[in-house]
Design a protein around this ligand. Structure first.
Ligand code: G6P
Length: 369
């Protein structure tokens, strides 16, 4: 096992550090930025199904569901296709309206999650075209779907999902970009800009990983917290949910992710000088709005840990701690902003003496409902 960990203390840390390579493996052979081409066999063969779809329904559980939420923003914003994201466990039992004009995308690292598998079977019975995004090759979900795309993240051993999440987002981004181009939503130059920026993401993830020592210092300051709030807007709202899930899964600290603007409808009541609030505030998107959310937290004496774009001044002046990520296109920002949150939960869990790779009560793959 020590050999498999490749010199890292835990699988989770190894898998966090593997992300630049994993993301590259995900787009290798699919993305040809220089020629302006995205090739995805399972999509190319079924292009009409996607282009004629009334809507895309995404089903998943856990972290994969969060990747689905990021994909909702990407598909709607870039490809202008309506998207619904559903917990597989709810979808399967609520007699959903599904037609043969729907495309269902099932996202699953393991490809074995019972609820996701059941949702797929239901959608197939009702005539939808079902596309899988799995990591494990030959898994049940990969076999049960009409077509699909593997993430090629490599084996993920840590129960808390890290590289599976970022590679799921990468696959779904490739798919959305391809559909946006086919639908004529993108000019040639905008398409090229996206493709070359996606190619730059692995090196920007690498740069983000260099914040690790700083994240460790921040972890030391907040490791004894009882609660933690994560806030983000737009593309980074699902990142807030995922950050909170990661922390509660492995450190057993109660954490909640919220859309920053919803804070005033409830969570703001929790904020006092004991409450760490992690705010994802990259320069693109709804930056000014997030800045005013940060001011609201500050005036209630909450402790602010902000994820910002390199060179940021405004949030940096307000926050107690900032962690910088390189600048990128807004739609690709979750691939960077999620990295420090993975590291933060990892370090806090280690400092609290938790079993990082095998947290209590959790399973890597949930094959029962
Ligand atoms: C379990 C795992 C999570 C995972 C979820 C969905 O809860 O602990 O890490 O996100 O199942 O799993 P899947 O394999 O379908 O992505």
């Amino acid at each position: 096992e020590e050999i498999e960990k490749g010199g890292y203390d835990h699988f989770m840390l190894k898998e966090i550090y593997e992300q630049p390579r994993a993301i590259k493996d995900t787009y290798r052979g699919r993305l040809r930025a220089a020629q302006g081409i995205i090739k995805m066999a399972g999509v190319d063969e079924n292009l009409e199904k996607f282009l004629n779809a009334n809507r895309i329904i995404i089903v998943a559980c856990g972290t994969s569901w969060h990747a689905g939420l990021v994909a909702e923003y990407i598909f709607e914003d870039l490809a202008r296709i309506p998207v619904e994201v559903e917990y597989a466990s709810e979808f399967r039992y609520r007699n959903p309206v599904i037609t043969d004009k729907d495309v269902l995308i099932a996202i699953s690292q393991s490809g074995e999650t019972a609820d996701t598998l059941a949702a797929i079977k239901l959608a197939k019975e009702r005539g939808a075209f079902v596309f899988g995004v799995c990591n494990v090759v030959g898994s049940s979900i990969a076999r049960e779907t009409h077509a699909g795309a593997y993430t090629h993240a490599g084996p993920e051993i840590g129960v808390a999902s890290t590289k599976a999440f970022t590679t799921q987002i990468t696959v779904l981004t490739l798919l959305a970009l391809k559909l946006a181009k086919e639908k004529g939503e993108f000019s040639e130059s905008k398409f090229h800009e996206f493709l070359s920026e996606l190619e730059n993401i692995p090196s920007k993830v690498q740069t983000t990983l260099a914040s690790n020592p700083l994240v460790e210092v921040i972890a030391q300051a907040y490791k004894d917290s009882d609660n933690c709030l994560y806030l983000g807007r737009g593309y980074n709202f699902p990142v807030a949910l995922e950050g909170a899930l990661k922390l509660k899964e492995i450190s057993y600290i109660h954490a909640e992710g919220y859309p920053a603007a919803e804070m005033k409808h409830g969570p703001i009541a929790l904020i006092d000088d004991q409450m760490p609030v992690i705010v994802i505030a990259p320069k693109k998107g709804h930056y000014e709005k997030v800045v005013s959310n940060i001011q609201e937290i500050k005036s209630r004496k909450g402790k602010i840990i902000a994820i910002v774009t390199a060179g940021d001044r405004q949030v940096t002046d307000l926050a107690d701690h900032v962690i910088e990520v390189p600048e990128t296109i807004e739609s690709l920002s979750p691939l960077l902003t999620t990295i420090p949150l993975q590291l933060l939960s990892y370090h806090i869990a280690v400092m609290r003496g938790c079993n990082v790779d095998q947290p209590r009560n959790l399973a890597k793959s949930v094959t029962v409902e």
